[in-house]
Design a protein around this ligand. Structure first.
Ligand SMILES: Cc1cc2nc3c(=O)[nH]c(=O)nc-3n(C[C@H](O)[C@H](O)[C@H](O)COP(=O)(O)OP(=O)(O)OC[C@H]3O[C@@H](n4cnc5c(N)ncnc54)[C@H](O)[C@@H]3O)c2cc1C
Length: 433
């Protein structure tokens, strides 16, 4: 009997695990169980819509999905349609690859005011994730602030000031494109508690900020370090290139273009200001001591009508699995959680790294499963299909997804790669035609 494996989720970690399992043995049957009718996790719902090349990795994942050993059960939410306890009863091995979909909170007064969003929600909104299509952020403001100094902060800031001609090749959700193009936002602040050396920006994304159609980057020269300091070679090279780009930005004039992205380092948000709606942020100037931001007691304010906090993500606990609430991950030993239960990707190691950083997790988990099971003992797929049928759960196969995909591509005009469906009902509707 083949080893039956359920992989919960269908983002990069899920696909790398499936790929490694398929490569390791013919005697393993793999089912993806994904809460949305669409596969690929954050590649569809997180990666910026104007970064289409990054999404090409899904072509490789498709090859795994159509392998005979693999099935896709989309539109099946673990915890709602089927429980983890049930999956563990019917599959030899269950791999949790559900990512880290919750925003870390700022933990400062005022963060619940209207106009303050976490980046998971905001990014989900512009990417047409069904959970966030009704977020309706009010972009009818002149200034926005993005808290955080990683690539997600750059994505959000860049999308807010993109021009129409810069979005023609993007798969941005219609509602977001309309709101962004109608928005009067002219200034976006990117706020970091620490400095450029500590920031997690990568070089390509930083350089992109200098080439925007209508926006000029602004950096205060006195906030830039004299040098990068002692770091491992590769990191030093990357940070040196970032510093070179920022030194050039520090000479750019604010009126060169109609819009500006201001990088404000050594600025720790202490309060979101305003009545019901955000009207500004109060910040404390910091210095960095042994890598930590320390407040100096000097405060200042930035007026803004929109705040997006891009300060990290947490995973969701799943009933039937242990959870480390503080770390926001499932406690595990290199991907092993319990007998027959494994974790891969962001739920295993937290929200760090790029898409390919999830590959080693997939390989390690596949190796554990190969070691832990000489052969299969549980029915897996047939038992899941029976359970879903009894519960009237409408699952979406990979062939179904390919129909949704084809319809989205077909609905797009010009150079646009696709026009996304943003409700589950619209996606399922295509399958009924
Ligand atoms: C905004 C943003 C932009 C990014 N941009 C880039 C980039 O440009 N380049 C790059 O290399 N990396 C980028 N990354 C990082 C990359 O997306 C992650 O490394 C990667 O997606 C993590 O993979 P994962 O499989 O662990 O999680 P995810 O990709 O989040 O996949 C988790 C999957 O599990 C599903 N799921 C969750 N709960 C359940 C449940 N209960 N039942 C069933 N299914 C469930 C979800 O729907 C989802 O499909 C970005 C990340 C973010 C947040």
């Amino acid at each position: 009997m083949p080893i039956s494996v359920a992989i919960v989720g269908s983002g990069p970690a899920a696909f790398y695990t499936a790929e490694a399992l398929v490569n390791s043995s013919k005697d393993v049957s793999i089912d993806f169980i994904e809460r949305l009718p669409t596969p690929f996790g954050l590649i569809r719902g997180g990666v910026a819509p104007d970064h289409q090349n990054t999404k090409n990795v899904t072509k490789k994942y498709e090859k795994t999905a159509i392998n005979d050993q693999v099935r896709f059960f989309g539109n099946v939410n673990v915890g709602r349609d089927v429980s983890l306890v049930e999956l563990r009863e019917i599959y030899d091995a269950v791999v949790l690859a559900t990512g880290a979909p919750r925003d870390r909170k700022l933990g400062i007064p005022g963060e619940d005011k209207a106009g303050v969003f976490g980046s998971a929600d905001f990014v989900g909104w512009y990417n047409g994730h069904p959970d966030f299509r009704d977020l309706n952020p009010d972009l009818n403001v002149s200034t926005a602030a993005v808290i955080g100094v990683g690539n997600v902060a750059l994505d959000v800031a860049r999308l807010l000031i993109r021009e129409k001609e810069e979005l023609v090749k993007a798969d941005i959700a219609d509602h977001a494109e309309k709101a962004i193009l109608e928005s009067p936002i002219k200034d976006v602040y990117i706020l970091g508690r620490r400095g450029l050396v500590e920031a997690k920006f990568t070089n390509v994304e930083i350089k992109e900020m200098g080439k925007l159609a209508a926006c000029v980057p602004q950096v205060k020269p006195d906030q830039l370090p004299d040098g990068i300091g002692d770091l491992p070679d590769r990191e030093k090279r990357l940070k040196t290139r970032n510093l070179e780009a920022f030194l050039e930005y520090s000479k750019r004039l604010p009126n060169e273009k109609p819009k500006r992205v201001h990088f404000e380092f050594y600025a720790q948000p202490v309060e979101i200001l305003g009545n019901d709606r955000v009207e500004g942020i109060r910040l404390e100037r910091t210095i960095v001591e042994e890598g930590r931001a320390v407040g100096t007691g000097e405060f200042f304010e930035i007026e803004c009508g929109l705040v997006v906090a891009a300060i990290g993500y947490l995973s969701e606990p799943l009933e039937g699995a242990p959870f480390d609430e503080k770390g926001g991950i499932i406690p595990n030993d290199d991907g092993r959680v319990d007998d027959g239960l494994y974790a891969a990707g962001w739920i295993k190691r937290g929200p760090s790294g790029v898409i390919s950083s999830n590959r080693p997790d997939g390989v390690a988990t596949a190796q554990h499963i190969q070691k832990d099971f000489a052969q299969g003992a549980k029915p897996g797929r047939t038992a899941l299909e029976k359970l879903l049928k009894e519960r009237n759960v409408r699952s979406v196969s990979f062939a179904d997804w390919q129909k949704i995909d084809a319809a989205e591509i077909n609905n797009a005009e010009g150079e646009r790669p696709r026009r996304k469906f943003t409700t589950v009902a619209d996606m399922l509707d295509i399958l009924d035609r």
